[in-house]
Design a binder for this molecule. Structure first.
Ligand code: PA5
Length: 466
């Protein structure tokens, strides 16, 4: 099971100015947390409450459908292109980066066991799309277009380009076999288009928002198409969920993580650094950044008051960032709280040779040691330096990076976000700030019905150098 160690947030470890009196905090917030956790789970089926993502780990029907589709196309495609953005892309990418061979796309078909290479197109930059299309074989490429709203300009434009490309290269009756759509059951334009053109489709269920959608087809289809075991993912979620449903603050790591981060935010630490010590988990940092930022950065509270709240998440990766951001982390302003992620055992270890430079005394300490030992030493020493510099920090530990534990990591962070939103008194499931920019884009691109927003969207050109 994934574990949380929050000891380095205590006043004993980081001092009374920057730490928290943990026994006192746990006493003070016991009842509020009990209410919040009970309410969140009680509302998980409530229409319009946007908490149905809490049910995704139990959806056997979805697993059966996804497994059946994956089985039906096994060996058919050498390349899979995922078209989506934000919550419709980051979770799937984080899972594939974590669970597949780190150089998956460089492996041969046989080494990939017949599963496809994967590419995520999440930008509207032709410098990303054109070179990719030039590499692909249309006969052997599957496009998975993902959009909950079914209208997002970035995704729909990439979809239109991909469809056109297929139509130019394949017989008309074959195109539909190369496109899968994942979208809302009713809303948006993608659904009617996909139905009309007879694409294979999967649903983003009602009341599951983008950044909480990794455990529906949005994240699971790319995973199963590359051979990841969906039942391991669900098993991991279900076993952790027993713990996270517990409203007792002493027993619930998602509630602990949410509460401690919330209190440190209130205490003048608005920056939340997420730093996995794992190459495979590097993209979980990107997913966390979106989850934390889009969920908690809000103008209004639940009563409609203007509050302008929200911690700023920062992506970091250990050990790489030790030689980049850690100088700032250790000596800069006391405005950060850190979440480290440590991994018990790497999938593969490698030993530093014992016979290299044996006569160079300054390198002898490395001789014959496993790289995992160096990784662990660097993690522990960085964490110690951060703690000794009075910077509060927590550590999530995964025994290993596999489907079961990565699912637990993502699910814990989702529940933590929901609880943090409740503590902050805001709605963590909406994103009005994103919607406004989307509408401005429609206006600037000439979409019917948005003409009135054109001048507002253009803003004012600022003179340069005056
Ligand atoms: O988390 C969210 O809700 C957003 O990041 C969306 O996922 C993103 O805007 C893409 O939206 P859609 O899936 O509707 O295309």
């Amino acid at each position: 099971m994934i574990e949380l160690d929050y000891g380095n947030i205590s006043t004993e470890k980081v001092g009374s100015t920057h730490g928290l009196n943990l026994p006192q905090v746990f006493e003070d917030y016991r009842d509020q947390i009990r209410d919040i956790v009970s309410r969140i789970y009680a509302e998980k089926d409530q229409p319009g409450g946007w908490k149905r993502w809490l049910n995704l780990g139990y959806d056997q029907k979805l697993l059966d459908e996804l497994n059946a589709y994956a089985q039906s196309v096994k060996g058919r495609f050498s390349d899979m292109v995922i078209l989506g953005i934000g919550g419709s892309s980051l979770g799937g990418y984080a899972m594939l980066r974590a669970l597949l061979h780190p150089y998956w796309n460089q492996l041969s078909d046989a080494q990939r066991n017949g599963f496809p290479r994967y590419y995520f197109v999440e930008n509207v930059d032709s410098d990303q799309i054109n070179p990719l299309m030039e590499m692909l074989d249309p006969e052997r490429t599957l496009f998975v277009v993902i959009s909950k709203s079914g209208t997002t300009a970035e995704t729909m434009s990439a979809f239109m380009i991909s469809k056109d490309w297929l139509e130019q290269k394949l017989p008309a009756d074959q195109v539909k076999q190369h496109i899968v759509a994942i979208t809302d059951a009713q809303k948006g334009v993608l659904r009617p288009v996909a139905n009309q053109l007879q694409y294979q489709t999967f649903e983003v269920p009602d009341d599951v928002g983008g950044r909480f959608s990794v455990f529906c087809a949005v994240g699971l289809l790319p995973a199963v198409l590359c051979g990841v075991s969906l039942s391991e993912i669900q098993k991991g979620i279900q076993n952790l969920d027993k713990v996270l449903q517990n409203p007792d603050l002493q027993q619930n790591p998602a509630a602990q993580g949410a509460l401690l981060q919330y209190l440190l935010y209130e205490q003048g630490k608005p920056i939340s650094v997420f730093m996995p010590y794992s190459y495979r988990l590097a993209s979980v940092s990107d997913w966390y950044v979106q989850l934390w930022a889009e969920s908690l950065g809000k103008k209004h509270d639940l009563q409609g008051n203007v509050v302008h709240v929200g911690p700023t998440p920062v992506r970091a990766v250990g050990v790489t960032d030790q030689h980049s951001q850690v100088q700032l982390f250790n000596e800069g302003p006391f405005d950060k709280v850190f979440t480290f992620v440590s991994v018990g055992k790497p999938a593969q270890d490698i030993q530093i040779p014992a016979n290299q430079f044996s006569d160079v005394e300054d390198l002898n300490y490395l001789n014959g040691k496993p790289m995992s030992q160096l990784m662990q030493a660097e993690f522990e020493s960085t964490r110690a330096s951060i703690t000794n510099n009075q910077r509060p920090n927590m550590t999530l530990t995964l025994p290993q990076v596999d489907a079961y534990h990565v699912a637990q990591l993502l699910y814990l962070l989702e529940v933590q976000t929901a609880i943090a939103g409740a503590l902050m008194g805001i709605d963590p499931f909406d994103q009005p700030g994103v919607e406004l920019a989307k509408k401005y884009t429609y206006a600037l691109m000439g979409r019917k019905g948005y003409e009135g927003l054109v001048s507002e969207a253009r803003g004012q050109k600022n003179p340069i150098g005056v």
